[in-house]
Design a binder for this molecule. Structure first.
Ligand code: NAP
Length: 438
């Protein structure tokens, strides 16, 4: 019987995710060896502070602050430090030394992924990053491998657990954004500085990765239109709810074809209304899900835990075993195809349905005047509902109008809203939100 090969695994970072990866590598060594065809020997763990408290008890001799030396002597490198530097340089060193790399660093991939992918291609090594999008959920490999014989047309993802928790709290309790955020922080779902989550930056990094794999073209953070949830009010949520919708922060990547047959990809992150019966509407709390539409497969949904040390470690280990198998069997690393060459579209070119809330004077002919403006701008109305309110003190009646449009361009919608605002019967435009899934 031939001797089982040993592959040296360098782990960079031993925080929430890294500590769990180290634990599994040690505790499940036999099972991982059986699945990889090689023993995966944890050769060292690079950290900033050797004696920092850890979630898992690990042999002290594994720890080092010399990440560079550790990387140069490894067959497989797992980067779980986060941030741009030194993670970027260490990954490049690993690749240039012929090591396969596994990372969960979406910020780095969204910022400088193309350099890393090209270097990995040149060196013929595998660079894998399943953990970078939607934590434990196997989503990148299904897109890259299982759906490689199909054509993806659209991806809708709830890829940030913090914002999903906040919006879900607002929806279920009627809380304002600030109170729901405070609750998320109290429960550990949001960081003390929640900017990257609530402004949509984290979801935008993941949207760039999802779009790149789905449409075989490299998109970066600069290609992603990004709007967070800080402007979503309790009133928006309540009025969406009344109309049968839920508001979710979606990462969207979709192929659009213009009137001349030109194709482009709209990659965007923004609060979106979804019908309550849409599968993504059922994603509660801090869970993540990605909904894919493909020409032949139809609709698919992937659901699970989008963060957390142990769930994310599962995705990291999956990548590690796959890279180890590749090293054992030989041959080039699994590369991605970038033959799509489709341009990223500006937000003005995107095309979606809209929900518009209007506070209007209760007068005859108001509905017709509003409908006329929509028609003039080529925006067709799918649903228009009116609710009458009477102010008890003044006894003045006003009407709340809720309009859902058919798909229209951002530019036509913006022009329509501007024109509607100019009508003397409009008290205020209470909401303008994008809608998917109708
Ligand atoms: P974390 O808890 O902050 O841990 C970071 C680790 O990296 C710590 O052990 C730290 O060392 C080490 N480190 C940081 N800078 C270093 C440097 N300059 N030199 C050496 N070591 C350094 O991070 P995490 O939550 O595990 O996340 C790791 C990566 O996974 C990030 O890219 C993150 O985006 C990604 N990710 C995380 C999750 C999640 O649920 N946490 C989910 C998906 C993806 P010390 O311990 O000595 O400070």
């Amino acid at each position: 019987m031939s001797e089982v090969r040993t592959l040296k695994v360098a782990l960079l970072g031993c925080g929430n995710v890294g500590a769990q990866v180290a634990r599994i590598l040690i505790d499940d060594a036999d099972a991982l060896a059986a699945r990889s065809g090689a023993r995966l020997e944890l050769s060292g763990i690079a950290v900033r502070t050797i004696d920092a408290p850890r979630d898992v008890e690990l042999p002290r001799e594994l720890f080092t602050t010399d990440a560079d030396t550790l990387v140069k002597d490894a067959d497989l490198v797992i980067e779980l430090m986060g941030g741009i530097e030194p993670a970027r340089s260490l990954i490049l060193t690993a690749i240039q030394n012929g090591a396969c790399v596994v990372t969960g660093n979406k910020a780095l991939l969204a910022q400088d992924g193309p350099t890393l992918y090209e270097e990995a291609d040149k060196a013929g090594v595998q660079l894998s990053y399943e953990a970078a999008v939607a934590g434990a959920i196997p989503i990148l490999r299904p897109i890259r491998d299982s759906l490689s014989g199909d054509r993806i047309t659209r991806v809708l993802g709830i890829v940030n657990g913090t914002t999903n928790f906040i919006l879900d709290q607002m929806d279920s309790t009627g809380a304002q954004f600030a109170d729901a955020l405070a609750e998320a922080q109290r429960l550990g779902y949001a960081e003390a500085d929640p900017t990257a989550d609530v402004e949509g930056h984290d979801a935008a990094a993941k949207a760039a990765i999802l779009a790149s794999l789905s449409f075989h073209t490299r998109f970066s953070l600069d290609d992603v239109y990004c709007e967070g949830i800080t402007q979503v009010s309790a009133a928006d949520i309540a009025s969406a709810k009344e109309a049968g919708f839920v508001i979710k922060l979606l990462a969207i990547a979709e192929k659009l074809v213009d009137a001349d047959g030109g194709e482009g990809i709209s990659v965007r992150v923004h609060p979106t209304l979804l019908p309550r019966e849409h599968p993504l509407a059922a994603v509660r709390g801090a869970f993540n899900a990605v909904f894919i539409e493909a020409e032949n497969a139809g609709e698919l949904m992937f659901y699970g835990q989008g963060a957390g040390g142990t769930p994310t470690a599962s995705a990291v280990l999956g990548d590690l075993v796959s890279a180890a198998r590749r090293l054992v069997l030989g041959g080039p690393g699994r590369t991605e195809t970038t033959t799509g060459h489709v341009p990223a579209l500006a937000i003005d070119a995107s095309n979606t349905s809209y929900y518009i809330g209007l506070d209007v004077a209760d007068q005859t002919g108001v509905l017709a005047r509003i409908a006329h403006i929509f028609a003039e701008h080529g925006v067709s109305i799918e649903i228009m509902r009116q609710t009458i309110h009477r102010d008890a003190a003044s006894n003045v009646e006003s009407a709340e109008l809720k309009i859902v449009t058919h798909r229209a361009s951002e530019a036509s919608l913006a022009a329509t809203v501007e024109a509607v605002k100019g009508l003397d019967v409009i008290n205020s435009v209470t909401s303008v939100l994008r809608v998917e899934g109708v």
